[in-house]
Ligand binder design. Structure first.
Ligand SMILES: Nc1ncnc2c1ncn2[C@@H]1O[C@H](COP(=O)(O)OP(=O)(O)O)[C@@H](O)[C@H]1O
Ligand SMILES: [Mg+2]
Length: 328
């Protein structure tokens, strides 16, 4: 039985991707255009889904998980169904429910069933992307496991829902997240391939911020990225900001600079700044406070504030760096 089921899924995977590696390679090349870097993660994720597997993406927020999945499903022409894992995600929410008003008038029928994300993804052959799935209740995860193992689901008063061949479950979790999460049973882990995604390097992050903001000041992009990355390196910060914080810092700073009539530096991005106006660094500080103070999570035992931490990071970046880099 188990072998038969696995064979099915193997055939399934091949059907989605074509008969040889060529179409997977073509998809990979097209998907890569949506992304800055991430070649290895893309290869591994594509290989897993093309092989008919379900996948756990493990990494902090803002590390391209949704971007990868959006790009793959868009290129494959299949739906991507998002669902957020939290305590309210009951099995009924995941599977679907009968419209109560219509049930009163018509009694239960498959016709008045409102599909939830799981049934939706199974019927359309989409990827069900369950974010923070370790926050979902255990009985919800069990329902999901059944659908994953059998590729079909019996729904009372509806019938058996058969998944289209391209249906996949992609789960994500943040390894730093341990509040309100379920300790996942080994039977869950045993059914998923796992791909760890971590933060990208500074060069890639500058590429992402440049692309997402369209800003023409490489200096501002580099400063926003460097300041954001510093929030991940501090002892007193439990979780720093992702590249999303850098994108917002850069966009807010550009607006503030325009409003205040402060010219953005046109220096190259990577070399240490030679000279930056106080007006410019003040704009960056305001942008950092606005964009990052709600995105960093401090060690609770310390008596400091996000604002104080960010001000220190800003001082280190603008005041110490040029001195250190300029021996004379
Ligand atoms: N490798 C990448 N290439 C292009 N854009 C990226 C990349 N990684 C992240 N981004 C951008 O950063 C933001 C957060 O990425 P996202 O994929 O939503 O993260 P996650 O789903 O892991 O939380 C989005 O605006 C996305 O466009
Ligand atoms: Mg996401």
């Amino acid at each position: 039985m188990a072998t038969h089921e696995d064979d099915d899924r193997f055939v399934t995977g091949r059907r989605v991707t074509g008969d040889d590696g060529a179409s997977v390679r073509a998809v990979r090349a097209r998907v890569a255009r949506h992304l800055v870097g991430r070649a290895r993660e893309l290869d591994l994720l594509l290989a897993a889904v093309a092989a008919g597997r379900d996948v756990l993406l493990e990494g902090p927020p803002g590390t391209s998980k949704s971007t990868l999945l959006r790009a793959i499903t868009a290129e494959w022409g299949i739906p991507l169904v998002f669902v957020e894992g939290n305590a309210d995600l009951t099995p009924t929410r995941l599977v679907g429910h009968h419209d109560p008003a219509r049930v009163l008038r018509e009694d239960y029928s498959p016709d008045n069933f409102v599909p939830g994300p799981l049934v939706d993804a199974m019927r359309t052959g989409g990827f069900l992307y369950l974010e923070e799935f370790n926050r979902a209740p255990e009985d919800t995860l069990n329902t999901l496991l059944t659908a994953m193992a059998e590729r079909r689901l019996a729904v009372p008063r509806v019938g058996v829902i058969e998944a289209l061949p391209s249906f996949r479950v992609i789960a994500s979790m943040n390894p730093y997240d341990n509040v309100g999460t379920t300790r996942l049973s080994t039977s869950v882990h045993d059914r998923l391939c796992r791909l760890a995604v971590d933060y990208q390097d500074a060069e890639a992050e500058r590429g992402i911020v440049g692309r997402r903001t369209g800003l023409e000041s490489p200096r501002l992009v580099a400063d926003a990225v460097a300041l954001t990355r510093s929030t991940r390196e501090r002892e007193d910060v439990r979780q720093g900001s992702s590249v999303r914080g850098a994108i917002d810092t850069a966009l807010v700073a550009a607006q503030l600079a325009a409003m205040r009539g402060v010219p953005l530096p046109d220096e190259p991005s990577v070399a240490p700044p030679r000279w930056l106006s106080e007006e410019y660094t003040a704009v960056v500080l305001d942008a950092v406070l606005l964009a990052l103070s709600g995105r960093i999570f401090l060690d609770e035992t310390l008596e400091t504030t996000p604002e104080a931490v960010l001000r220190e990071i800003w001082e280190d970046h603008f005041l110490l760096q040029p001195a250190a880099a300029d021996p004379g």
